[in-house]
Ligand binder design. Structure first.
Ligand SMILES: *Cc1c(COP(=O)(O)O)cnc(C)c1O
Length: 817
């Protein structure tokens, strides 16, 4: 595709979409037009991929996730279709930048944080490896809330991302399926002597799929992300004549629950879970039946993945279809189901282990209720005598009238994985130990990974250019080739080029900070970054306590010798998570205090950027010098921002938690600042119940002054929030051991400061981080899922050059807005 041809296609689209000349088009209009061109160009390959899958009779994986967090898609699609440079050139001619055009795309923010972003990184890798793997989720009308700060408080605004349409999606009316809720179910013996369910009452809504192409990296392979939206069933229009009844229905797929740990909005959430599970499974079974193979062979063509417990109803729903609709015997259906299903656990936090009252499932999903009870009954029955009764009482699915979704997922799957070595070990030894005794062979580890294309090639083009010029371009296909950078460990020129790339990214971020917050930051300061959801266990508060310590240091002695630092935060708190919101308020007030204190002389700046999301992450990460990964050991299952930041040459300050341990193993102790309690020490405290936060407070005057700052008026406007934080630390004995780790953390920060002041040493550490980041590519992770869990193979047989003839002279706009 030449630049000239691309410009022609773009012009045609601008003409047809907006009836204006190309030089009159706004960046927003140019985005729409270019996205149309892109879509037109890949539609042929998309169709072909599907045909090839049928031809090759290939097994496909379906990744069920209640969240996907792709962010913006234009640049990624341009890169993957080898159109990126041409598009840049066309816009240069037109006097706009590709960045400005791309910026107008709305973030697709159908996820809260790490979980949803992981699902999207996997989508990218699956397609780029030519693997047949599709996503299945919910098309929320509103994405994760938009965060604003008013007087330092978080305020949540709706994210009306679909308002001006979504060019990438294709509505598939003909693939809609019915979803049944409520009513009652009786089992009646039919003429064939089999029990069949008879439904009474209840209601049936329609699930309509919207498909989005997941474009592989320069390989003409396109998978599908299928998101379901609820609609009034056509034959039932009359029942939904009133605005109220329609509203109730539409609420089902209206909002993403903005909470990644606790369950809220209970009933609707349960209905959401069944809605996308049932729709997805129905559409998979329908597809499978077209293959004309016996149902017993289903696991040779279909793998279904349960991403965290939200889609755990996949197990009883596939059972329902196989038994009720296809007439299979229970045992046969169960053997198929277990072979098809696999499950990833994402957390060990007790409050995030999903449970539903039996009563609610009975009421909302009566057939699911019966099937879950039968699975539970048979589980106990088969294990009786094999395992101690007490063990079965702890592992059964229904305990104290609650359905334990993790238990359902484990019993119904052939594979259970954690997301980092430590996390998977903890599952086996502590959290799911009982299940490990029953099903040792099911347990395995798959350390998370990231889409290196998005987080380096696209987000950090200055660094990408340096890499191309030093180690060549092979890293773009194989991230492990970043290792080649080690050959330049002593190369002053390359070290300086990497530092220059970092500086230019820092300047860009400094401009963004100035523009959005009015705070001026100096790009020669250390950019110290903590970006992730706001959660007590992630310990943003520990970061803040160190900031206060530095603040007092400069107040006491203006000649303090540490290198100037800019502390950058990005984090949303769940709207119902009161404590997390208090921490946001306090960070904002500390920022206010320090940024306006002239006596600090710009040695410290604190910036809390609003509305942390994928696009903001893409701006911050390339500019980071220091990566804060300071969760209490054992609490962060893996983390992925740690990987993104490392890949961009930031130096990590970290506890031995989640994937931080594997990062340390990959780069060596000398290239990372490790501190704090280990997981073992944390568990020892739990066992011995001998932690006293007060003892640490009492014996350390520096710590005392920092903690007192929350209540002694040092920080203005935080009477309520400051007291709350103070009490959490002392009165409630500091659940996450901040006071215990404070001193070690400050020491590690001091080591970071010393290292930074030795420019040459810092540059080498940074280089080693980039060079060793390849192993955290999601490509690697997905290859392991494909080989060990899903047993799917790449489809490379039918690769061909893009079909230029399929591009007619006039490209009809495909937008469905
Ligand atoms: C990567 C990412 C996360 C996950 O960050 P962690 O530090 O691993 O929790 C969350 N939100 C967004 C927008 C991300 O890009």
């Amino acid at each position: 595709m030449t630049k000239e041809r691309l410009r022609e296609l773009l012009e045609t689209n601008v003409h047809e979409l907006f009836a204006i000349e190309i030089d009159e088009a706004s960046p927003q209009e140019l985005f729409q037009a270019l996205a149309n061109v892109v879509k037109q160009m890949y539609s042929e390959d998309w169709r072909q991929t599907r045909k090839n899958l049928l031809l090759e009779d290939q097994k496909q994986a379906y990744y069920f996730s209640i969240e996907f967090l792709p962010g913006k898609m234009l640049k990624s699609n341009l890169l993957n279709m080898q159109l990126f440079e041409q598009a840049e050139a066309v816009f240069e001619e037109l006097g706009v930048s590709l960045d400005d055009v791309a910026e107008t795309e709305k973030d697709m923010a159908l996820g809260n944080g790490g979980l949803g972003r992981l699902a999207s990184c996997f989508m990218d890798s699956l397609a780029s490896l030519g693997l047949p793997g599709n996503g299945n989720g919910i098309r929320y009308r509103y994405g994760l809330f938009k965060q604003k700060f008013i007087d330092g408080h978080q305020v949540e605004l709706p994210d009306d991302w679909l308002r001006s349409g979504n060019v990438w999606e294709v509505r598939k009316e003909s693939k809609a399926v019915p979803i049944r809720f409520g009513g009652q179910v009786y089992l009646v013996t039919g003429e064939d002597g089999k029990l069949a369910p008879v439904y009474e009452g209840g209601f049936t809504w329609r699930a309509v799929p919207y498909d989005t192409a997941m474009v592989g990296y320069q390989n003409h392979h396109l998978n599908t992300l299928r998101l379901w939206s609820v609609e009034v069933p056509a034959e039932d229009e009359a029942h939904y004549a009133t605005l109220e009844s329609r509203q109730a229905l539409e609420n089902l797929t209206a909002v993403l629950y903005p909470d990644d740990s606790n369950e809220t909005g209970k009933r609707t959430r349960l209905m959401q879970e069944y809605f996308f599970v049932s729709a997805g499974i129905q559409s998979i079974v329908r597809y499978y039946k077209k293959l004309n193979l016996p149902l017993a062979m289903m696991s040779e063509r279909v793998a279904i993945h349960i991403n965290d417990t939200h889609p755990a109803l996949c197990v009883p729903e596939l059972m329902r279809i196989l038994v009720d609709e296809e007439g299979l015997a229970w045992e046969k259906a169960w053997s198929i189901t277990v072979k098809v299903m696999s499950y990833t656990n994402h957390t060990i936090m007790a409050e995030a282990l999903e449970k539903w009252p039996v009563r609610m499932i009975e009421e909302v999903l009566p057939r699911m209720d019966q099937i879950i009870k039968e699975i539970d009954r048979r589980f106990v029955e088969t294990m009786q005598g094999v395992h101690p009764q007490a063990l079965l009482e702890r592992t059964r699915i229904i305990i104290d009238d609650q359905v334990h979704m993790a238990h359902l997922a484990i019993v119904g799957s052939h594979s259970v994985n954690g997301v980092a070595k430590l996390h998977s070990d903890l599952l086996k030894s502590v959290v799911l130990h009982d299940f490990y005794l029953i099903y040792p062979a099911r347990f395995n580890n798959k350390t998370n990974g990231i889409a290196q294309r998005r987080w380096l090639q696209l987000a950090n083009q200055p660094l990408a250019k340096v890499l191309d010029q030093s180690i060549g371009t092979s890293w773009r296909n194989d991230p492990l080739d970043l290792q080649l950078l080690k050959n330049y460990y002593e190369d002053e020129t390359v070290l300086q080029q990497i530092a220059d790339a970092k500086m230019s990214n820092k300047r860009a971020l400094a401009r963004y900070i100035q523009h959005t917050t009015g705070v001026t930051v100096d790009p020669t300061a250390i950019f110290d970054v903590q970006i992730k959801r706001l959660h007590a266990y992630k310990r943003q508060l520990l970061n803040l306590m160190h900031i206060l310590k530095l603040y007092f240091e400069v107040k006491d002695d203006p000649t303090a010798t540490f290198h100037p630092r800019v502390f950058i935060f990005g984090a949303k708190a769940a709207p119902s998570y009161h404590y997390a919101k208090s921490i946001i308020k306090v960070i904002n007030e500390v920022a206010n205090l320090i940024n306006h204190d002239e006596s600090i002389n710009d040695k410290i700046k604190v910036v809390f950027l609003e509305n942390y999301n994928v696009s903001l992450a893409e701006k911050i990460i390339p500019a980071a010098d220091v990566s804060e990964q300071i969760s209490l050991a054992s609490k962060e299952a893996s983390g992925t921002s740690n990987m993104k930041l490392m890949l961009n040459g930031a130096v990590t300050i970290a506890t031995l938690d989640g994937a931080n341990i594997e990062i340390r193993d990959a780069i060596g102790d000398e290239n990372i600042a490790i501190f704090g309690l280990t997981e073992e020490e944390v568990y020892q405290y739990y066992a011995q119940r001998n932690y006293s936060a007060y003892a640490y407070y009492e014996s350390d005057p520096v710590l005392q002054r920092v903690v007192n700052a929350f209540i002694d008026g040092t920080i203005p406007n935080i009477q309520v929030e400051g007291r709350e934080i103070f009490d959490s630390l002392l009165k409630y004995n500091d659940e996450y051991f901040l006071l215990r780790d404070f001193h070690a953390y400050c020491d590690a920060q001091h080591r970071v400061d010393i290292a930074y002041q030795d420019t040459h040493r810092w540059q080498k550490i940074s280089l080693m981080n980039i060079a060793n980041a390849g192993k955290f590519s999601a490509d690697e992770t997905v290859r392991n899922y494909a080989a060990d869990i899903w047993q799917i193979d790449p489809l490379f047989a039918h690769i061909k050059e893009p079909n230029a003839a399929s591009l007619t002279e006039s490209v009809p706009p495909l937008g469905n807005s």
